[in-house]
Design a protein around this ligand. Structure first.
Ligand code: 9MR
Length: 369
């Protein structure tokens, strides 16, 4: 069977495809979300209200390109209630209002994540071992946003096949409530948001290595167990933080994993797409081409799966990417200067679209733009 890109290329011929790829963008060029919508999908990006407020170019791109926005931090417990009892909805409300003005949906990220749980709550959970703490938080957030926001990451990053227990991360929730905390969280979310679609969101499912193979297997086992017991789970978020240091993406690895999820009746969102470069010893043009190729390769596989309902990048601009240049990365300052920032998002730090933008556009068009 031809892949989507091969099919497009076969229609156009190589020269035609190159011409189209080189066509300058025009004012009436469809946005990424326009293109995603043609196949019944949505394109989104993670955003912060403060960055939107401060940067007109970011605001313009977010409004134009996206059909959905994910609050990058504002819905997290340590943003909503960093100090016990002092509740801060303002940045969420700003983002929700921005989305409403632009006809965009909001993706609910994330109700329960150890790393974004405030210290006071972790302390109280350990001391009191009382689920009420979690359910009060869910009640508050879902009571306010459970109708406007249709899809929620209920538990974020529950898998840990290396240091975990039977594949589940040994976080405070697991320690205090046992492995049943995941089902419990989903049931609690269903109680306070009966119409919302409830998801588990996790990372490192893409590459052909032992760790990620274990993670895929464990995630499928967890999800199958929850579905088998009738726990309210509607879908999964696959973060898709791609990494150029992890070897080629392979269809026979990714496609069956996604198919297994789809076969369980789950919807799939690609929730945090970006690309970590690792080897920075190249010109920006070469780096951008590598990033774009990785995204093209991933989406070529992912968008063949009908259960994939949307693709969200973890930000729009490299300027705000969480990805940092790390110890162990390969750099050559003498030849290429300072490599920062990582160039793994569709717009560069000056808000110019890069080849990754084109790769997204082409992927949503089935290879044709
Ligand atoms: O990008 C987010 C960063 O700005 C926050 O400081 C951090 C902690 O809240 O979360 C980052 O987003 C993470 C997401 O919520 C879950 N998957 C991994 C993301 C990158 O760390």
């Amino acid at each position: 069977m031809l892949t989507r890109r091969e099919f497009a290329a076969s229609l156009l011929g190589v020269a035609g495809a190159a011409l189209l790829a080189a066509a300058p963008s025009r004012a009436d060029t469809p946005s990424l979300n326009d293109l995603a919508r043609r196949s019944g999908r949505v394109f989104g990006a993670a955003m912060r209200a403060d960055q939107l407020a401060a940067e007109p170019a970011l605001r313009k791109a977010a409004a134009a390109e996206c059909g959905m926005l994910t609050p990058e931090i504002h819905l997290k417990w340590n943003s909503i209630e960093n100090r016990k009892g002092s509740i801060w909805y303002e940045p969420v409300d700003q983002l929700v209002a921005f989305a409403a003005r632009n006809g965009q949906k909001v993706y609910g990220h994330a109700l329960l994540w150890e790393q974004s749980t405030p210290d006071w709550a972790l302390r109280e959970l350990k001391a009191r071992r009382n689920w009420r703490l979690v359910s009060d938080h869910f009640e508050r957030v879902l009571g306010r946003y459970g109708e406007t926001i249709e899809v929620w990451d209920v538990v974020n990053e529950p898998i840990d096949t290396q240091g975990g227990r039977q594949g589940l991360r040994r976080n405070t929730f697991h320690r205090v409530f046992g492995p049943g905390y995941i089902a419990h969280a989903l049931e609690t979310a269903r109680h306070y948001a009966p119409r919302a679609r409830l998801m588990l969101n996790d990372y490192s499912f893409e590459y052909d290595n032992h760790v990620e193979a274990d993670r895929r297997k464990t995630f499928l086992r967890l999800v199958a167990d929850l579905k088998g017991r009738g726990v309210p789970l509607d879908g999964v978020g696959l973060q898709a933080h791609l990494d150029l240091g992890k070897g080629p993406l392979k269809r026979p690895v990714i496609a069956p994993f996604m198919q297994a999820l789809a076969d369980m009746g789950l919807e799939i969102y690609i929730t945090e797409l970006d690309v970590k470069e690792r080897d920075y010893r190249a010109t920006p043009q070469t780096r951008d081409a590598r990033v774009a190729d990785e995204v093209a390769r991933y989406l070529d596989i992912a968008l063949d799966q009908k259960a994939v309902k949307g693709v969200t990048t973890w930000g729009l601009s490299d300027r705000h990417s969480w990805l940092r240049i790390e110890r162990g990365d390969r750099i050559d300052r003498k030849r290429y200067g300072n490599p920062a920032p990582n160039r793994g998002l569709p717009y560069d730090a000056a808000m110019q679209p890069k080849p990754m933008h084109q790769a997204l556009a082409q992927a949503f068009s089935g290879g044709l733009t």
